[in-house]
Structures are given as structure tokens and as C-alpha cells.
Design a protein around this ligand. Structure first.
Ligand SMILES: CC(C)(COP(=O)(O)OP(=O)(O)OC[C@H]1O[C@@H](n2cnc3c(N)ncnc32)[C@H](O)[C@@H]1OP(=O)(O)O)[C@@H](O)C(=O)NCCC(=O)NCCS
Length: 330
């Protein structure tokens, strides 16, 4: 089957869009639709978004719309992605990705610094999709007070930048972070794992990290490039009672295709700022000698404390020295 064309929406698409949205909503119990009372804008949706500086797109099937998406500018440099619907018969076929590619590219060309969206808490399939697309949960649940008693999760991602993840955001990011970890381990990164690292095991590592964030034992910073989550790093805050001024930096890693673009530097700098904001004045870490990590931390002003030969083995069983570094925070 040829993939449906994606074209700009028009106000004449109203009836087809209403049918498309209902084909998605009717799969979930408790969701009701009253267009005239709650969504009159569907009768002229292209104008509705154009009037706000945004745009609507339609994926055209043989008998009408089989997909839709819209984007509009929001506050503080953000753009909102809205009305993401794909006909249930086409779920899993890649149309959602194509629609989101179009809307995100439009928002980024319009100067978006952040992309945000809202998703009904019942739409579990959509949550997995947004998380695959590097969105993470953000903020409180929104109560719509509508006839469907809708509650919505907020999702967001920076286009380029790093941010601290709370427990909900870290849980949402765990699959993507696990993919990055598994790829880095496969490429020989000196982390605590040896290849092959199954993606599920790597994701489980970040779900545990999320629960440690919830109990205040750890901080996690993630970094995005061109709206794709490409790296992360953690700070272990769970120190003995005579070292509560110290934290240990761990698991700083960047997806191999986006290395040497300043992302590792951005993650370490953000972790340093977060450590200072948490009242920590001394940071420590260890990393394999003669490797990219050593160069990164030296260039960022970390001091070498010493070297232990034969500290950890690689996938071939070869033992490598590890360097211990420290940095005092002003
Ligand atoms: C270490 C790592 C995080 C660096 O990420 P990155 O995004 O490529 O780093 P940056 O682009 O921010 O590099 C900043 C500086 O560090 C130094 N650097 C980083 N990687 C380097 C390398 N492979 N060789 C030499 N210098 C390097 C350079 O001075 C670089 O600046 P430059 O590119 O302007 O010359 C990445 O290589 C990685 O994920 N490695 C596997 C995991 C790991 O070893 N982590 C460290 C232990 S926790």
C-alpha cells in the first residue's frame, strides 16, 4: 500500500477530521464527543491554527483523512504539538512518526526552543509513542472538566539543551536512555556493563535511577539535540553522613553519532550546576584512562587524584586502568 500523502489541512476537512478523532476516541471507555459544545473549532480547524501562527496537516487516505496533526506557538519559546491522530487501522505503520516529523520541523523552523504537548491519561499507546520521540513527562496533570472527565499528562522536550529530570520525566525517558546506554556499551564504552546489554535491562537500570530520584538519592540530567534525546549523566547524592557535601558523577554518556558536538560538556556543566544548587561543594568520579572521558573531564578543569591499573575489563577481557578525578565547586 502506498503511504498516505501529507498535505496542509483546510476548513473543508471538518467532517473527515471529526470521524477520524472519533475512530481513535471510541476505543477508550468513558470518552464522549460533543463537537458543538466542546470543540466547535473542528468545523474550521485550519483557520483556527493559522490565526494563532500555527498550522494543520492531514494525511489523506482513499476515503478521507487517515491522520492529522497541528502545531502552534506557545509561551516562552515553546511550540505546542496538537491533535495527533492516526486511524486505528494504520497504527504501527509509521504514519504517526511522519506526521510528527512534519509538525516538529515546522515548529523548529519557526524558532521553537521547546516542544510541548498534552495527552489524555487514558491514551497509553500515545504515551509510549511520545516517549519514543524523546518527550518526557512535565508538570502536573491537567484537569479539563469536560464531558469525558479528561485528565491530561504534559509532555515536553527541549530542541537543543539539557535539563534535570524528575521522577516522572526520568521514568518516561527510561526506554530511550536505555537504548543509548546499550548502544554505548556495544560501542565499547567503559560503563558498569559488558556487551551485549539487552535494551530491557538497560531501561530497567534507568527505571531504578528514576526511583532513586524519587527518594532524593540521585539527580539525572538528559540532553537533546535537534529534539532527539542523545545523552545523559547522573549524580549520586547518597553519601555517608560525614560526606554530605560531596556527590559522585556517574554514567555520563552521549549517543555515538552525536559525539564531539559539545553535548558531553553540556551534561557535565549542568550536573555541576545542579550539584552546587543542591549544596554540594565537592564532586568525584572515576573513568577509564586514555579514553574520551579522561579528555572531557580534564578539559572541564577536573583534577586527577590517581590511577589504579587493571581496574575494569572490556568485552575482550582486557583490563584497563581507571583514573580518579575530583572537582571543588565554588
Ligand atoms: C565521554 C563522552 C561523554 C564525551 O561526550 P561528547 O559529547 O563527545 O563530548 P564533547 O563533544 O562535549 O567534548 C568536549 C571536549 O572533551 C574532549 N573530548 C571529548 N571526547 C574526546 C575524544 N574522543 N578524544 C579527545 N578529546 C575528547 C575535547 O576536548 C572536547 O572538545 P572539542 O571537541 O572542542 O575538542 C562520550 O565520548 C561518551 O559517551 N563516551 C562513553 C562513556 C564514557 O566514557 N563516559 C565517561 C565516564 S562517566
Amino acid at each position: 500500500m502506498t503511504p498516505p500523502d501529507i498535505r496542509p489541512g483546510t476548513d473543508n476537512d471538518g467532517p473527515g477530521l471529526i470521524a477520524l478523532i472519533w475512530s481513535c476516541w471510541s476505543r477508550y471507555p468513558g470518552i464522549r464527543m460533543d463537537v458543538d459544545r466542546e470543540m466547535p473549532e473542528l468545523h474550521a480547524l485550519a483557520s483556527y491554527y493559522a490565526d494563532q501562527g500555527g498550522m494543520l496537516w492531514i494525511a489523506e487516505g482513499r476515503d478521507g483523512p487517515v491522520g492529522m496533526i497541528a502545531a502552534r506557538p506557545a509561551a516562552d519559546g515553546a511550540w505546542e504539538i496538537c491533535r495527533v491522530y492516526v486511524a486505528p487501522a494504520l497504527h504501527g505503520g509509521g504514519l504517526g512518526h511522519r506526521l510528527l516529523d512534519v509538525a516538529e520541523a515546522f515548529a523548529m523552523a519557526g524558532g521553537a526552543e521547546r516542544l510541548v504537548l498534552w495527552s489524555d491519561t487514558r491514551f497509553d499507546r500515545a504515551h509510549g509513542f511520545y516517549e519514543k520521540r524523546s518527550y518526557v513527562r512535565q508538570g502536573a496533570i491537567r484537569v479539563l472538566n469536560d464531558i469525558s472527565n479528561s485528565l491530561e499528562y504534559g509532555y515536553a522536550k527541549p530542541v537543543n539543551g539539557a535539563m534535570l529530570l524528575d521522577i516522572a520525566a526520568a521514568t518516561a525517558a527510561s526506554r530511550r536512555l536505555g537504548e543509548i546506554l546499550a548502544t554505548c556499551v556495544e560501542a565499547g564504552a567503559p560503563m558498569a556493563f559488558l556487551p551485549p546489554l539487552a535494551p530491557d535491562r538497560a531501561a530497567a537500570f534507568y527505571r531504578r535511577t528514576a526511583s532513586e530520584i524519587g527518594s532524593g538519592k540521585r539527580l539525572l540530567v538528559a540532553a537533546w539535540r535537534n529534539a532527539v534525546l542523545v545523552g545523559s549523566g547522573t549524580l549520586d547524592l547518597d553519601m555517608p553522613e560525614n560526606q554530605r557535601h560531596r556527590a559522585e558523577m556517574q554514567m555520563v554518556l552521549v549517543h555515538p553519532p552525536t559525539r564531539r558536538l559539545g553535548i558531553g560538556r553540556m551534561i557535565v556543566r549542568t550536573l555541576e550546576q545542579q550539584a552546587a544548587a543542591s549544596g554540594r561543594t565537592l564532586l568525584t568520579l572515576n573513568t577509564r584512562a586514555d579514553d574520551a572521558g579522561e579528555s572531557l573531564f580534564r578539559v572541564l578543569g577536573w583534577q586527577e587524584a590517581g590511577r589504579i591499573p587493571g581496574y575494569a575489563v572490556d568485552a575482550g577481557g582486557v583490563a584497563h586502568a581507571t583514573l580518579f578525578f575530583w572537582k571543588a565547586l565554588a
